[in-house]
Ligand binder design. Structure first.
Ligand code: 5AD
Length: 356
């Protein structure tokens, strides 16, 4: 089958996806053009913005790739206080960006659960229309339900690596890092009613085009509403600090993963991740051109931003006003696309599932 015919298929198997990911430069141009066509037909040329706060870098886990893993003693730990979070909520609300995302290391104390509830209650009290995404790791079904009931609508938990055996090359093999638990958390997230997001890292040692194709199929079969993927970037002070990418062109492979996800899942939300920008100066713009439709400008206080280092990040500007937030959201958006304001930014994939 020629590449163009392949692109027009409605159902893709692993072999098809391998071919899409493993294409030559001429085919890659066709892949990106198809992804853009699918994107325009299903989610339009708008890009949703989420004001991102990184609530805490305390984490009970020890994932080998992550800069804020528990064993990394060189990390100065912080927890934003309520006033700092309030400031970010007001910024997000006043700007009309429509939604915010709250990301954190993984903590499961009752105090942390309640702190998140307090934040959600406050956000909902000042702006019931603000969409809120949580990304606070593996929790009990009860905690997910509590957070959903308090007003969070979306939850992002990356599976990171969708193959159980390979998962343990990058995580300690113990109860705290159980692949099965991560899977059942994803299910609990969906059961709690959240718009559910997952994703993987691209460029982990030993990863193959075939394993990435399986990741795509995993996400499709789980029928997710949102996808957050990005390149793996080795982080100093972690067991994987010297790891090498198996892909010569990591930028290209990451973009092709976005394009393939757009073609395979059509109407989901896909993030143009900060990690993309870290490996390429126009990484997020190119991600948008390849099919991504969400940007997440970071509104954390600058002093803490440096401490939330999952990998070596490039420094970004201060966001401390409505104008700077909107400018930061606009910055990566290429010509032909625009920032959508005053909407929560729910993926059509979720709306269709729930309105029928
Ligand atoms: N490089 C790229 N992404 C990373 N993450 C964690 N560590 C790294 C790294 N070194 C990703 C994980 C996690 C998300 C918040 O950041 O996928 O889910």
């Amino acid at each position: 089958m020629d590449f163009k015919t392949l692109l027009d298929k409605q159902d893709f198997d692993i072999e098809d996806i391998v071919r899409l990911l493993d294409c030559n430069p001429a085919e890659e141009a066709l892949l990106f053009a198809k992804a853009d066509e699918v994107r325009l037909a299903n989610v339009g040329n708008g890009v949703y913005g989420r004001a991102l706060i990184e609530l805490t870098n305390y984490c009970k886990k020890d994932c080998y790739y992550c800069g804020i893993r528990k064993s990394n003693k060189s990390v100065e730990r912080y927890m934003l206080d309520f006033e700092q979070v309030k400031y970010a909520i007001h910024l997000a609300s006043d700007s009309g960006i429509g939604s915010m995302a709250i990301q954190s290391g993984e903590l499961s104390s009752p105090e942390f659960t309640d702190f998140v509830i307090r934040i959600l209650n406050y956000a909902k009290s000042i702006d019931p229309n603000l969409g809120i995404t949580l990304s606070c790791g593996e929790q009990s079904p009860e905690t997910y339900k509590k957070w959903f009931d308090a007003g969070a609508e979306r939850y992002l938990l990356r599976i990171e690596v969708s193959d159980e055996e390979t998962y343990y090359n990058f995580h300690p093999n113990n109860e705290l890092h159980s692949f099965q638990n991560r899977l059942s958390c994803l299910q609990s997230i969906r059961d709690a009613g959240f718009q559910t997001g997952t994703g993987v890292m691209i460029g982990l040692p030993g990863q193959t085009v075939e394993s990435l194709a399986k990741d795509v199929v995993f996400m499709r079969d789980f029928n997710i509403h949102m996808c957050g993927m990005g390149p793996f970037i080795p982080c100093n002070g972690t067991p994987m600090e010297n790891a090498k990418s198996p892909f010569e062109d990591l930028v290209g492979m990451s973009l092709r993963m976005i394009a393939v996800m757009r073609i395979v899942m059509k109407d989901i939300n896909i993030v143009a991740s900060t990690a993309m920008e870290t490996i390429h100066p126009q990484g997020r713009s190119r991600a948008i051109q390849a099919g991504a439709n969400v940007v997440m400008p970071n509104v954390n206080p600058l002093e803490h931003r440096k401490k939330y280092k999952l990998y070596e990040k490039i420094p970004t500007g201060i966001i401390d006003s409505v104008d700077s937030l909107i400018n930061a959201a606009y910055a990566p958006i290429p010509e032909g696309y625009h920032l959508i304001l005053n909407q929560k930014g729910t993926a059509p994939h979720y709306l269709k599932e729930h309105l029928i």
